[in-house]
Write a protein that binds this ligand. Structure first.
Ligand code: SAM
Length: 305
């Protein structure tokens, strides 16, 4: 996938649905639409380098994984294992686990799974450099990863890592995906969240209220012929999640046909903020063995069937 790739507007349009409970609110928050092209992945990487956006929870997730790496790898008692990194970005959070597994002389296969070729390749190249010769970029969606695993015929223990990307999906949806990937008795899943225990919504929303984030979240609309001057950006906390949306001042023809009107909202990204208990209950509803580790507001979950 490159920036010159043609975006299929018809396919994108299928992701736009009016919220069943809120008239005039349109859901268009499929996370993969934010990473369809190389230029989107580059803008995301710039955002990650922007301390206002990334430092609050990404650094803590990495620290949590580093401090608990031994506990994670204790789950792996076979000689070989398969690591599935879902949406790895630059996969630095996975390094401590890889390094500790290598010390134990485990045979590791690594899959960087991402719909975005740029990210999948970064992950593969980085892991090759780190000494994992069986590293692969899988340019596929999370939704088909369980099928790809079945087709690969692998029967070794698996470590599925999604980390904070967990927050960008509706909980039932992403838990189903994780459960189907971690289908073996001994498979392990790593999720992470920034919890909303004591934090005020205004504080939680602050990193999303920048011009840079707005630019990034507008791109899927630009693929549908929307112009920046036709919308205004805003962020709200609603139903346990941060919603990032644009309000139409003027509606282009393609979206008028969908029924969108001036003044309507279109949500291009969401990020859930659970309380620690809600997050733990979610994982416990799908996995029977769970351990949780907390650093300030960031919580890491290690889950097994
Ligand atoms: C937030 S970014 C990467 C975050 C990274 N894990 C980190 O913590 O920095 C999420 C990644 O997931 C990928 N992604 C999102 N939804 C996806 C899906 N349904 N299938 C495949 N990749 C997806 C995106 O392309 C993107 O590279």
């Amino acid at each position: 996938m490159t920036s010159s790739n043609k975006i299929n507007a018809e396919l994108l349009l299928q992701d736009i649905r009016e919220d069943p409970e809120r008239s005039g609110v349109w859901n268009f928050y499929n996370p993969k639409n934010l990473y369809l092209t190389d230029s989107q992945s580059k803008i995301y990487l710039e955002l990650m380098g922007d301390i206002r956006y990334s430092s609050r929870f990404h650094d803590k997730t990495e620290t949590l994984i580093k401090t608990n790496s031994k506990k994670i790898i204790d789950h792996f008692n076979e000689d070989s294992l398969l690591i599935i990194d879902l949406g790895p970005g630059y996969p630095s959070k996975t390094f401590p686990i890889i390094d500790d597994l290598k010390k134990q002389k485990k045979e590791i296969e690594y899959w960087g799974v991402d719909i975005n070729q740029h990210f999948a390749n970064i992950a593969k190249r980085t892991m090759l450099k780190r000494g994992i010769s069986h590293s692969f970029s899988k340019i596929i969606s999370f939704e088909v990863t369980a099928d790809a695993l079945k087709k690969s015929g692998t029967n070794c223990q698996k470590l599925i890592i999604i980390g904070l990307t967990f927050m960008n999906f509706e909980p039932g949806y992403i838990l189903n995906i994780l459960k189907s990937c971690a289908s073996g008795e001994k498979d392990v899943c790593l999720t992470a969240v920034e919890c909303a225990d004591n934090a005020k919504p205004l504080i939680l929303m602050k990193p999303y209220k920048t011009k840079e984030v707005e630019r990034f979240l507008f791109i899927p609309l630009s693929f549908l012929g929307v112009k920046e001057s036709e919308v205004s950006y805003n962020v709200e906390f609603h139903a346990q999640r941060i919603e990032m949306f644009f309000i139409f001042n003027k509606v282009p023809p393609l979206l008028k046909e969908k029924g969108i009107k001036e003044g309507d909202k279109i949500i291009t990204a969401i990020s859930y903020r659970y309380t620690t208990k809600q997050y733990q209950d979610l994982l416990r509803s799908r996995f029977t063995k769970n351990e949780f580790f907390k650093l300030e507001n960031t919580v890491l979950g290690i889950s097994r069937k």
